[in-house]
Design a protein around this ligand. Sequence first.
Ligand code: F6P
Length: 278
Amino acid sequence: MEKIFKAIEKSAKEIAKIIDRDTFSYSNGDNISGDHQLELDVESDQIIEDNFREIESIKAISSEEKDELLQLHESGEFLISYDPLDGSSLVDVNLSVGSIFGIYKDEFRGSNLVASAYVVYGPRVELVVATNDVKLYRLANGEFHFVKTLLLNEKGKLNATGGTQQKWHSHHKEMVESLFQEGYRLRYSGGMVPDLHQILLKGGGLFSYPSTTDKPKGKLRLLFEVMPFALIYEKAGGLALDEKSKRLLEVEPESLHDTSSCFFGSKYEVSLLKKYYG
Ligand code: F6P
C-alpha cells in the first residue's frame, strides 16, 4: 500500500500546481451526479488515473468524475474510489478544496475499506491518512512531512451542516438549533474536505449533510466522499452514522454514485441523532 500512498502524494503535488494556474473554465460535460465539470475536475481526475495506472496492485478505480469503473490491473488486490477535486467551484472564490480517496480490498464495501486519505489544498497543502490511526502530513519544500497523529475529543464546539435550510426536516432543524443553544459555533464553507478537516483538527464538533425534502438520500456520495471520511472519523475516535444511526461503513452502496445522509463528529454530538431522529 506504500506505493499507493506515494501515488496520492505525487497526485496532490501535481493538482496543487494546476490549482495555482490563473485560468478557470468549465469543460463541456456534466458528471453522472449532474455537477457541471470544471476543467480542473477533469485534469485532476486524469492526474490521479495516470499515477494509479503505474501501480500493479491496483485492480480498478472508480472516480466521481467517471460514470463507470475503470479496470487497471487484473492481478491487483486493491480497488480505489476517489473524488479528484471536491468542492472545485470554490477555487473561483479562493476557498479551500480537497481530494478524497478510499482504498478497498476485493469489493467496494465499508467492511473492506482498509485505508483512506484526503488532501486539503488551502493556504497550506495537507494530507491526512487513516490506516490503524490517523496521521497528518504537511507539504513543505516539495515533500510531505509528518506533523502529528489526530484524535477527536469526546465533545467539540463546532457545528457544520449542509443542504438548503428551507428543505431541512423539522427534527434536523431542532438538532442543529439545540447545539447552538449549547454554545456551538457555526462553521461551514461548503467544501466537505476543509469543513471536516477543521472539525478534526480542532478536536471535535458535528458535520452533517442530512436528507432533505428535495434530496431524500442526501447529496454526498458514499464511495467517493462519505465512506473514506467515515473511516477517518472512526479511527480518530469519533463516530460516522447515517440518519438511522447506522454506521456509514455498514451502509451498502446501491450503485457507484449512490448517496447517503451523513453525520460525522465526536461522540457526544453524533449521539444526539438518536434523540432527534429517533
Ligand atoms: O459534494 C460537493 C460539495 O461541494 C461538498 O464538498 C460540500 O460539503 C457540499 O457539496 C456542499 O453542499 P451544499 O451547498 O448543498 O451545502
